[in-house]
Structures are given as C-alpha cells and as structure tokens.
Design a protein around this ligand. Structure first.
Ligand code: TYM
Length: 373
C-alpha cells in the first residue's frame, strides 16, 4: 500500500518524501543551498550533510539576507502533550547549531493551548505541566541563555496576541478548513490556533521594529502553518518566514514516524538505561532472519531504524560509512550493531539528563514575557 497521510497531527503509512514535497510545494535542499550555508557558517551540520534535512522554503533567501548583514532570528516549537523523544530533539539540535554559528536569537513556542484543544484526555494543567517538563529538554541542549526565549502560549500571550489577531483576520474558515482538514465538529480553539503558531514567525519583526525574518527548522509535518504564514506575510507588512524541513526519524518498529500510543516505538529522554537497552535490542532492523543469511547476503541499512539512529548519534562520517558498508557486506550482525548504538545513545542521554536536572527551576528565567517585564 503506497498511500500515506502527513498532517501536523497525524502521519500514516510509508511516507514518500519527494511526493510530499510536490504536494506541499516546498523545495528540495540542493547542493547549491548547502554550499551557501557552508560559505557563511564555515561548515555544514551532519544532519544537513546526511540529508535528514532535505527541503526548505527560502533557505537560499535567508542566507543571502544574512550575507547582506541584515537581522534574522530562529523559531521552532513543541506541542507539550507528553515526554520528549529523540525525534522531537532533531530540529532543536540544529536550532542550537544555527544559534551558535550565526549568533541568533531563538524563539521557542510551547503550545499548551494547542494540545489542550486537540486532546480530550488532557487538562490545561496537564499541558502546562508538560510545557515546563519539555522546556527542560530544550534548555539542556545548552543554548546561550540570553538568546533563548521560551513562549508558553497561555502564560506568555501578551506580546503574541496582537499579532495573532491581525493574522486571524487574514485567514478564512475556507482556507484553514482546506489546509488542516478541520470539520464542522472541530472545536473553535483549534480553528483559531494556527494564527498563534503563525504569529511567532512575525514576532521578532515587532520586537526589533525592523524586518527580521525567521528561519524555522522543523519536520515537514509543520509546513501547512508556514505556507499560510508566507501567503499572508506581505499583506501584514512582515517578511516571509523561511523554513528548513527534516524527514521523520523512523520509529524503532520500522514505521515512518513514532507513535505516542506505542512507547516502545521511540526512545524518550526520560527513559532509564534498561528501557533504552530493551527498546534498541527489540527494534526492527533491515537484517536477515538468521545470522547465516545475514553473513551471506548482507542487510539493508536504508530501511533500518538502527542504522538511522547511528546517523543521528555518530558525528563521524567515516564511522557511519563503515557501519553502512559492513551491514551491506554481511560483516556486521544486527545484535552487535544494536549494542554499538546502545553505547552511543546511552552516552548522549546520560549527559542530557544531567543538563536537564540542572535546568530544573530555571524555566521561568527563559520565558519571553518574564524577560520583557
Ligand atoms: P510537535 O510537538 O508535534 O513536534 C515538535 C517538533 O518535532 C518534530 N517532529 C519530528 N522530527 C523528526 N522526527 C520525528 N519522528 C518527529 N516527530 C515530531 C516536529 O516537526 C516539530 O518540529 N504544533 C507544533 C508545535 C509548534 C511548532 C512551532 C513546531 C509551535 N510552533 C514552530 C515547529 C515550528 C507541534 O505540535 O509539534
């Protein structure tokens, strides 16, 4: 079955990423775009070099804008409905890299409102609590403190609301219905919500009082918001946001995207060592059913979540290439490859958890409206 569906709330089936780009109308990230980044940053992050970030809107424009010495900022977000998994962290790792390389301010939106509207099981207290919990994972990545600005929607609405109101006036029911698939029984909170996710893209321009476009690193599922943002930006007098899109980190079960309803499909930043080991050792692989067949015919790293995760956790290109090669040739068996991955993931998580612990009680210091007071 080739059918697949990608919306900001749901991913079903095996995603054809090229087809999705054509459906959404975003552009593939070309060698010229990457060369432009290298020219300005001096290097290219492995997540881009390895093709995980594969598409964009106006990335070339933002690089040129930067080349002219004009101001820009970074923006991304999280819908706080539960713990953070490794997939969520992917855009945030790149966000931090951009912030460090280019000295950029980062606007990070926690949509406790969106998740409250969307999930009948969650109270507003729940989503707010998750916003604080998830913020620890963001802070733990080590952003320069005065450059990271957290926005928890229901708490930090003040600077955002006038922009959201102007945005909402430009968006018709017809447009949001067609873009997000809303129906007559969708609650009106969710119908208004896109104006808030779009509003943050215009916030840096308001705060600085001069055109300040944002670059938004995220997975491709968020494109519908920013397509709309770009459509209305001109008419509101704001620069169009630029975006950089990743594919999804595969689920450990081999599906295109991890699912909150199956906790074994993802590694969460709060998982303990035993859970991490169990999940990795039980993961689906691109290997053969028996060791003998694997040695004889080799495995298929392209469909293998374990290999996919090696690409995420190992910054050394030569080491990743060796794993790919040894998998294909049959020299590397899945059990061994999984143990190697476990070592890498557990090293990352140990350090991340320590940093996360240190961030406790600090979340409010990063909140935009607390700083603006
Ligand atoms: P949320 O919480 O669903 O996802 C947070 C971020 O993680 C990305 N993502 C993934 N990336 C790689 N592999 C995966 N398996 C995977 N799953 C999720 C998402 O694309 C997103 O970047 N409405 C948003 C919150 C939000 C936002 C934003 C996101 C508000 N403003 C601006 C991006 C940019 C949401 O619910 O994200």
């Amino acid at each position: 079955m080739d059918e697949f569906v990608v919306t900001p709330w749901e991913v079903k089936g095996r995603v054809d990423y090229d087809k999705l780009l054509r459906q959404f109308g975003a552009k593939p990230l070309t060698a010229e775009d990457v060369a432009l980044l290298e020219k300005h940053a001096g290097e290219v992050h492995p997540l881009i070099r390895r093709g995980l970030f594969y598409a964009h809107r106006d990335f070339d424009f933002i690089m040129k804008w930067h080349g002219e010495g004009r101001p820009w900022a970074l923006y991304t977000g999280r819908g706080p409905s539960g713990p953070v998994h490794i997939g969520h962290m992917v855009p945030w790792i790149l966000l931090k890299w951009f912030s460090d390389k280019f000295g950029l301010e980062v606007y990070f939106q926690m949509t406790d409102d969106e998740k409250f509207y969307d999930d009948p099981e969650l109270s507003l207290d729940d989503t707010r609590r998750w916003a604080y919990e998830n913020a620890l994972d963001v802070i733990a990545l080590g952003f320069t403190p005065n450059r990271l600005h957290l926005i928890i929607d229901t708490l930090d609405i003040k600077p955002l609301f006038p922009i959201a109101v102007k945005t909402a006036k430009k968006l018709t029911w017809n447009t949001v219905k067609a873009t997000f698939g809303f129906t007559d029984s969708t609650n009106i909170g969710l119908i208004f919500y896109p104006s808030l996710q779009i509003a943050v893209a215009f916030l840096p321009t308001e705060l600085r009082g001069e055109p300040t476009p944002v670059l938004i690193p995220c997975a491709i599922d968020q494109d519908p918001y920013f397509r709309l943002a770009r459509d209305i930006a001109d008419s509101l007098g704001y620069p169009k946001p630029a975006t950089l899109y990743s594919k999804f980190i595969m689920a450990l079960t081999g599906e295109s995207k991890m699912s909150a309803s199956n906790p074994d499909s993802a590694i969460y930043t709060t998982d303990d060592e035993r859970a991490v080991k169990r999940k990795i050792m039980n993961a689906f692989t691109g290997g053969r059913p028996t060791a003998e067949e694997q040695r004889k015919y080799g495995g298929n790293p392209d469909i293998c979540p374990v290999f996919h995760y090696h690409m995420l956790f190992d910054p050394d290109d030569a080491s990743v290439e060796k794993i790919r090669h040894d998998c294909r040739s049959g020299a590397l068996l899945c059990g061994e490859c999984k143990l190697m991955l476990y070592e890498k993931v557990s090293r990352f998580l140990k350090q991340h958890k320590e940093a996360r612990e240190k961030a406790k009680d600090k979340v409010d210091q990063y909140r935009l409206s607390v700083k603006l007071k």
